[in-house]
Design a protein. Structure first.
Ligand code: HEM
Ligand code: HEM
Length: 176
C-alpha cells in the first residue's frame, strides 16, 4: 500500500479522497427533500441513509486528517504560483473543516432535539431530553454550510479540470 510522495497521493489518500467524494454527492441529494417533500425515488431510496452516511463521512474524515498529518512533508506540494497555491491550500482546509462540521452539526440537530442517534441500525444515542442550545447550533449551521460546501466542491472540481485541460500540468493525475 503506497504512502504519499511529493509526486502523487498514495493508495490510502486516494481511497479516502474518492470514497468521501462519492459519499458527499450522495449526502447533498438531501436537498431533493425540498421537491415534493421527498416523495420520489431519490427521497425514498438514497436520502433515508443520510444520517448513517453522514456519520461514516465523519469517521473517514478523521482517518483522513490523521493520515494527512502523518504524511506531512511527503505530500504533493501546492502548485505554483505561490499566491494561487495558498488559495488552493485554503480551499482544501475549508473542505476538511466543512466535512467535519457537517456531520457534527447534523448530529447536533438529532441529539439536540431529543431524537437520539441511530447509525446503520445501531443506536449510539437513545432518544432523550431536548438540549436547546445544541439544537439551535445544529439548526443554524447545517443547512447554510451545506450550500457553502456545495460551492466549495464545484470550485474544487472546476479547478481540477482547469489543471487538466487548460494548464495541462500533472495536478489531476496526482489523485488517480
Ligand atoms: C458530510 C456530511 C453531511 C452532508 C454533506 C449533509 C448535507 C445535508 C444537506 C445538503 C441537507 C439539506 C439542506 C437544505 O435543504 O437546506 C441536509 C439536511 C439535514 N441533515 Fe445533513 N448532511 C451531512 C451529515 C448529516 C448527519 C451526520 C446528520 C445527522 C446525524 C444530518 C442530519 C440532517 C438533518 C436532520 C437535515 C434536515 C435539516 C433541516 O431540514 O433543517 N446530516 N444535510
Ligand atoms: C465531493 C467531492 C470532493 C471533495 C469533498 C474533495 C476534497 C478534496 C480535498 C480535501 C483535497 C485535499 C487533498 C488532501 O490534502 O488530502 C482534494 C484534493 C484533490 N482533489 Fe478533490 N474532492 C472532491 C472531488 C474531486 C473531483 C471530482 C476531482 C476531479 C475532477 C478532484 C480532484 C482532486 C485533485 C486533483 C486533488 C489534488 C490537488 C493537489 O494536489 O493540489 N476532487 N480534494
Amino acid at each position: 500500500m503506497s504512502r504519499d510522495t511529493r509526486e502523487r497521493y498514495g493508495t490510502v489518500s486516494r481511497l479516502l479522497h474518492w470514497s468521501v467524494a462519492l459519499l458527499v454527492v450522495w449526502q447533498v441529494l438531501k436537498i431533493f427533500d425540498r421537491i415534493e417533500d421527498g416523495e420520489h425515488w431519490v427521497g425514498q431510496t438514497l436520502v433515508p441513509w443520510h444520517i448513517s452516511i453522514g456519520f461514516l463521512i465523519l469517521l473517514l474524515m478523521l482517518a483522513r486528517i490523521f493520515w494527512a498529518l502523518r504524511n506531512q512533508g511527503s505530500r504533493p506540494p501546492a502548485p505554483p504560483p505561490r499566491m494561487l497555491g495558498l488559495v488552493a491550500k485554503a480551499g482544501h482546509v475549508a473542505l476538511y473543516a466543512a466535512l467535519v462540521l457537517m456531520p457534527v452539526s447534523g448530529m447536533s440537530i438529532m441529539i439536540g432535539n431529543g431524537y437520539g442517534l441511530t447509525v446503520f441500525g445501531m443506536e449510539l444515542v437513545a432518544q432523550g431530553a431536548e438540549i436547546p442550545w445544541l439544537a439551535t447550533f445544529g439548526g443554524m449551521v447545517h443547512s447554510p454550510l451545506a450550500w457553502l460546501l456545495l460551492a466549495l466542491v464545484i470550485g474544487h472540481v472546476v479547478m481540477a479540470l482547469v489543471h487538466r485541460f487548460v494548464k495541462k500540468d500533472g495536478v489531476l493525475q496526482r489523485m488517480f
